[in-house]
Design a binder for this molecule. Structure first.
Ligand code: SAH
Ligand code: SF4
Length: 350
């Protein structure tokens, strides 16, 4: 059993089943998640016998690091081995007043957005709770700076891995584990409506929705899941989520693709949409991060600025995401893409 994926309740039951007091689970959680201890022998406030049982039946097993890059601007990126030629990435973005960890939820993704290199890789598998939490465990114990925020914006669609995701979120929030507040944990989704509704009930953390287009016709192309859950349905689900959310707004992510979705007309349609649907929101414009043969180009800076200015004038808080870690490709599945292609070739020639 990998303790990194154990829920506090599961761990309590496990301790009790071995004749231990329930509070042993709290001690274990703290050793593992807060102090980062892998070696049970070091857990000196646990009885010798119990530790021997742990040695036999449990482990603290974070994913293995394949690569570790540090960018000139301090951004750090790890590539983790997921076995069978799969790799995922985790990125830490240090800022003056916080440290944000961008965590992956799947190896690949089924949604297949055409501008996303993860989507272009196809889908390999869901990560387990231990593999999701393992990324945070690793960063927390490797970095000098604390991880104050987690964003589920790495590889994969977190809400299509719901059963493994929610226990991972709960560990991020739990006081005996990582103790992050709900406002500091963000799930980013391409709009998996039934799971957004469930998340509102089960574990309402901050939500970001990848909108990328103001009309169904365009969103059907850019986020193919839109054919299943079109804008009207998506907006209703967001309104419902806002009733439970830890913040009183949601964040719309909007990738800026030159000549595709970045005109002032698109901005006007966007405002019309969120006004008609009465959604309290902020916009986060993401400059397109190019990759080979993507077929898309990044919008020019004046176009990004004009789009942002329009939304701001209409009263919406709008940010343009800073490009960080450019020199280490610290964005959106790129490095993992390279590695995956290489590992696949290796596998094929074996
Ligand atoms: N699957 C989730 C979360 C992961 S992606 C989702 O789609 O929301 C995090 C953000 O990066 C999403 O808004 C996604 O659309 C965006 N993104 C993906 N590829 C990109 C690229 N090449 N350039 C810029 N943003 C990209
Ligand atoms: Fe999947 Fe998100 Fe990439 Fe779309 S943008 S393919 S949902 S990871």
């Amino acid at each position: 059993m990998n303790l990194l994926g154990c829920s506090p309740q599961g761990l309590t039951d496990w301790c009790v089943a071995r004749g231990e007091k329930p509070f042993r689970a709290r001690q274990l959680l703290k050793w593992v998640h807060q102090r980062g201890t892998k070696d049970f022998a070091e857990m000196t406030d646990l009885a010798r016998e119990f530790r021997a049982g742990l040695e036999q039946d449990a482990e603290v097993a974070p994913p293995a690091v394949l690569q570790d890059h540090v960018s000139a601007d301090g951004t750090r990126k790890w590539l983790f081995d997921m076995g069978q030629g799969n790799a995922i990435e985790t990125v830490f973005i240090p800022e003056v007043d916080r440290g944000t960890l961008c965590v992956s939820s799947q190896a690949g993704c089924t949604v297949a957005c055409p501008f996303c290199s993860t989507g272009r890789q196809g889908f390999n598998r869901n990560l387990t709770t231990a593999e999701i939490v393992g990324q945070l465990w690793w960063a927390r114990h490797e970095l000098a700076q604390p991880v104050t925020n987690v964003v589920m914006m790495g590889m994969g669609e977190p809400l299509l891995n719901y059963d493994q995701l929610v226990p991972a979120l709960q560990l991020m929030l739990h006081d005996d584990a990582y103790g992050l507040s709900r406002r500091r944990v963000t799930v980013s989704t391409s709009g998996v409506v039934p799971m957004m509704d469930r998340l509102a009930r089960d574990c309402p953390v901050a939500l970001a929705v990848s909108l990328h287009a103001p009309t169904d016709a365009l969103r059907d192309v850019l986020v193919p899941l839109n054919k299943k859950y079109p804008l009207k349905v998506l907006m209703a689900s967001i309104r419902n989520y806002l009733g439970a959310a830890p913040r009183d707004f949601i964040t719309f992510e909007y990738v800026m693709l030159d000549g595709v979705n970045d005109s002032l007309d698109h901005a006007r349609q966007l405002v019309k949409l969120v006004r008609a649907e009465e959604i309290s929101c902020k916009f986060n414009l993401i400059p397109f991060n190019p990759f080979p043969n993507s077929g898309y180009r990044k919008s020019s800076w004046p176009r990004q600025r004009a789009f942002a200015d329009f939304l701001t004038q209409e009263g919406y808080v709008t940010t343009i995401r800073k490009t960080r870690g450019d020199d280490i490709d610290a964005a959106c599945g790129q490095l993992a893409g390279d590695i995956q292609d290489r590992t696949r070739i290796t596998l094929r020639t074996k």
